[in-house]
Design a protein around this ligand. Structure first.
Ligand SMILES: COc1cc(O)cc(C/C=C(\C)CC/C=C(\C)CC/C=C(\C)CC/C=C(\C)CC/C=C(\C)CC/C=C(\C)CC/C=C(\C)CC/C=C(\C)CC/C=C(\C)CCC=C(C)C)c1O
Ligand SMILES: C[S@@+](CC[C@H](N)C(=O)[O-])C[C@H]1O[C@@H](n2cnc3c(N)ncnc32)[C@H](O)[C@@H]1O
Length: 327
């Protein structure tokens, strides 16, 4: 039986609806974002459970999913180029760091939720392949009596070169998956990779199925983050690991100022010029500001039942990697 979920009291503060009181683990008023003086700006308590936010806009929970869908349907074709332009390639380093933290080995079964155009999945396959090839090389060096044909055969079998590893990319958006599949063929990824259309809040998988669950720049877009976290916990095997790469709270005031300027003055302009879509990139920067800070997100992960939850802030906290285990 799952542990009882914590209860939460929601309040309307000047940044919209936020969780300000948590039962169970940390009773008492808490700030809804760093700088909010512990409920002092609390205006009223929640009676409107069906409202949420889409960037800085207040929308109904029913509306949010559709709006998020439209955003990624609209940006899918320019998604990869926009990421390189906006971050000057830094998003690649963050994604590499996620893989280094995961340290998968041949045999690892990964579920990459909100996997979009496959950036995490392809890194996973390359990482595992490199691991396996290294191991194979060491073994072959030890086996002096193999013929050249036997050695060549061992290097050719792509499926075998993953040592049984598999990655399942799950995303709610058909257009993002379509681009991902095109990239997979272009990069020659076939074995050990599957694409599934699905919602992070209601994953189409059995319990206790995966060794690792990743979600990169995805959870911020989900309507009920707590449900997505519970689903992550459900589909992981006991001992499995949750890893989330997401925008977070910048911890240096000077960087924070520059980052705000950059976000609000430059990113939507880039969105308009490159993707012909100002609004989606306005949503991106607003949704980043709405997402909980490192500590609060850590608590949400713990509330979903994960243990040994830790996080690492990268690039002054522009993003953070959270990790937790299903034990
Ligand atoms: C719709 O939803 C989405 C769509 C997507 O395409 C993607 C996502 C998910 C997102 C990602 C996978 C990653 C996307 C990346 C970002 C949002 C950017 C993250 C930002 C950085 C790594 C850099 C952070 C910048 C700073 C700390 C501040 C430094 C800023 C400046 C020096 C410029 C300050 C700006 C002004 C004063 C405004 C006027 C300036 C201009 C008009 C010149 C324009 C300048 C540039 C284009 C230079 C850009 C500079 C940088 C990128 C700085 C890099 C520096 C470092 C931190 C080392 C999704 O959900
Ligand atoms: C910013 S992209 C991240 C893509 C990829 N993980 C990466 O790091 O480049 C966010 C992705 O989340 C997906 N998404 C949004 N809501 C979702 C949900 N409820 N369930 C599954 N995927 C979702 C979007 O379709 C989009 O592909």
């Amino acid at each position: 039986m799952a542990a009882p979920r914590s209860f939460a009291l929601w309040g309307y503060c000047d940044r919209g609806w936020s969780r300000v009181l948590r039962g169970c683990r940390l009773p008492g008023f808490r700030s809804c974002w760093p700088g909010c003086p512990l409920g002092a700006r609390l205006l009223s308590q929640d009676t409107r459970a069906t409202e949420t936010h889409f960037g800085f806009e207040t929308v109904s929970e029913e509306e949010k999913g559709g709006k998020v869908y439209q955003v990624f349907e609209s940006v899918a074709k320019k998604y990869d180029v926009m990421n390189d332009m906006m971050s000057l390639g830094i998003h690649r380093v963050w994604k590499d760091l996620l893989l280094w933290k995961m340290r998968p080995f041949p045999g690892t079964q990964l579920l990459d939720v909100a996997g979009g155009t496959g950036d995490i999945a392809f890194r996973f396959l390359n990482y595992v392949q490199a691991q396996y090839r290294g191991k194979q090389k060491r073994q072959l060096r030890a086996q002096q009596n193999l013929s050249w044909e036997e050695i060549a055969r061992k290097y050719q079998d792509e499926e075998d070169s993953l040592g049984g590893s598999h990655v399942m990319v799950c995303d709610i958006n058909k257009e993002m998956l379509k681009i991902g599949k095109q990239k997979a063929s272009a990069q020659g990824h076939k074995a050990g990779l599957a694409w599934v259309l699905g919602d992070a809040e209601e994953l189409p998988f059995d319990d206790d199925k995966f060794d690792v669950y990743t979600i990169a720049f995805g959870i911020r877009n989900v309507t009920h983050i707590d449900r997505a976290l519970q689903e992550a916990h459900r589909v992981l095997k006991p001992g499995g690991r949750f890893l989330c790469l997401e925008f977070s709270q910048v911890n240096n005031p000077i960087v924070s100022r520059l980052y705000d300027l950059y976000s609000f003055q430059v990113i939507p302009v880039l969105g308009e010029v490159i993707a012909g879509d100002w609004k989606s990139y306005q949503y991106l920067v607003e949704s980043i500001r709405r997402f909980p800070c490192q500590e609060e997100f850590k608590e949400m992960i713990e509330d979903a039942g994960f243990q040994k939850v830790t996080y690492e802030s990268l690039t002054s906290g522009i993003v953070a990697i959270h990790s937790g285990f299903k034990l």
